[in-house]
Design a protein around this ligand. Structure first.
Ligand code: TRP
Length: 385
């Protein structure tokens, strides 16, 4: 594969991803400062750091959703997680934005936990494992602080009764040739995953189906998930549902300097897991890939390169608490004032502080999990076709 080539689907990321080119290939829009300012207005004057620091960079239909919202037709947010193991810090990116949107706009949140998808996708995972990771991951997500009264969870193998009516309608509209082309499945692909995209569409339509009128949906997600939602958007109006809007984030680099913080195979050291003990965090961060120079002298003289640094990516996506702090870290890195060892030591402390506080919020979140999983659809929701 030539250097400038890359492939991104929900099931594969290959090559060196150029996010701007990927956005164009997918036909999505650039997230402009003007749009962000409109969102800031709706959110009461603030913007989440993931928006101001460019982690979210692309969208579909955000302008329309903001218009409708401003006219008194609130959208809801939807994101999901395929539970194949413990969550790492990059997995929090969509949920952190959803939590913030829920708080600022007072909107509903739908979370999908796809234990079926990961069982179908990962040859060596058992049902028991994807189920267990589903509950663990959901606990971590709820511990971010979603509003219990406005948060609803589709846990696929438990919620299928509530989901199936919509899935049946959706599945009839998706030709096999589309799934094969969009996801690049080989002929040996099990048919679970072929059907699965119908299930990932369901939460986007569910509130409209229950209400019996169009309710707009906004899906914050990594841009690798966009192919699923292109399918969703193509069939939405034919079924009488509004097309969901999307907010795409970049895929964050792993600690080993890999293109994405993925942990497939034996790459545990590539990510910071929410259940890593403090010593593990320190060990992984000390050896993390940076944009630093080969010697202290050279770094003082030339400065380092934050854009390629996996440690900077962590400050950027979660751990720098204020814009001022983020700007200082970035400027001092670039100028050579801040050396990688000191920067890493600061981050180790910050991450371990966050993980300890997170751990303390988990027991209440675990209890909450049982009460927010949807198991049956409300009786008034009848078939639409
Ligand atoms: N397919 C996603 C994954 O593998 C999980 C998912 C389900 C999702 N619904 C979603 C992700 C909505 C983003 C938005 O992790």
């Amino acid at each position: 594969m030539a250097d400038e080539e890359f492939v991104v689907t929900p099931y594969e990321v290959r090559g060196k991803v150029d996010h701007e080119r990927l956005r164009e290939q997918f036909g999505a829009e650039r997230l402009t400062p003007a749009l962000l300012e409109r969102l800031r207005g709706l959110a009461g004057g603030e913007l989440h750091p993931l928006l101001t620091r460019g982690v979210y960079y692309s969208h579909r239909d955000l302008a329309r959703l903001l218009d409708r919202h401003a006219k008194g037709e609130p959208f809801f947010v939807y994101s999901g997680r395929g539970p194949s193991g413990p969550l790492h810090t990059s997995h929090l990116v969509p949920f952190e934005l959803c939590r913030w949107l829920q708080e600022k706009l007072g909107i509903e949140m739908y979370i999908q936990i796809t234990d079926d998808e990961k069982f179908w996708f990962r040859p060596h995972l058992t049902r028991a494992e994807t189920y267990r990771w589903g509950i663990e991951n959901l606990t971590d997500l709820l511990a971010l602080g979603f509003d219990p009264k406005r948060t609803h969870v589709f846990f696929d193998t438990r919620s299928i009764g509530a989901m199936y009516s919509i899935a049946v309608d959706v599945a009839k509209r998706i030709p096999y040739s589309t799934v094969r082309a969009v996801f690049g499945f080989p002929p040996s692909q099990n048919i679970g995953l072929v059907f699965y995209t119908a299930l990932q569409t369901v939460p986007a339509f569910y509130p409209s189906w229950v209400a019996g009128r169009p309710v707009n949906c906004l899906i914050p997600c990594g841009i690798d998930q966009d192919p699923h939602f292109r399918v969703t958007r193509d069939i939405a109006e034919g079924l009488g549902y509004p097309k969901p809007g999307l907010l795409h984030s970049v895929m964050l680099p792993g600690l080993a300097g890999d293109k994405v913080m993925s942990t497939t195979g034996d790459t545990r050291d590539n990510a910071l897991f929410l259940n890593d003990p403090p010593k593990e965090v320190a060990r992984k961060l000390r050896k993390a890939f940076t944009g630093g120079r080969t010697s202290v002298e050279e770094q003082r003289r030339l400065g380092a390169v934050p854009e390629v640094c996996s440690v900077w990516a962590q400050w950027r996506s979660r751990f720098a608490e204020s814009e001022a702090e983020f700007e200082t870290i970035t400027a001092d890195c670039r100028s050579g004032k801040l050396l990688c060892g000191d920067c890493k030591a600061n981050l180790i402390e910050r991450v371990n502080g966050f993980l300890a506080a997170h751990e303390a919020r988990r027991p209440a979140a675990r209890e909450l999990a049982e009460s927010v999983i949807l198991e049956t659809a409300p009786p008034r929701a009848t078939p639409t076709s």
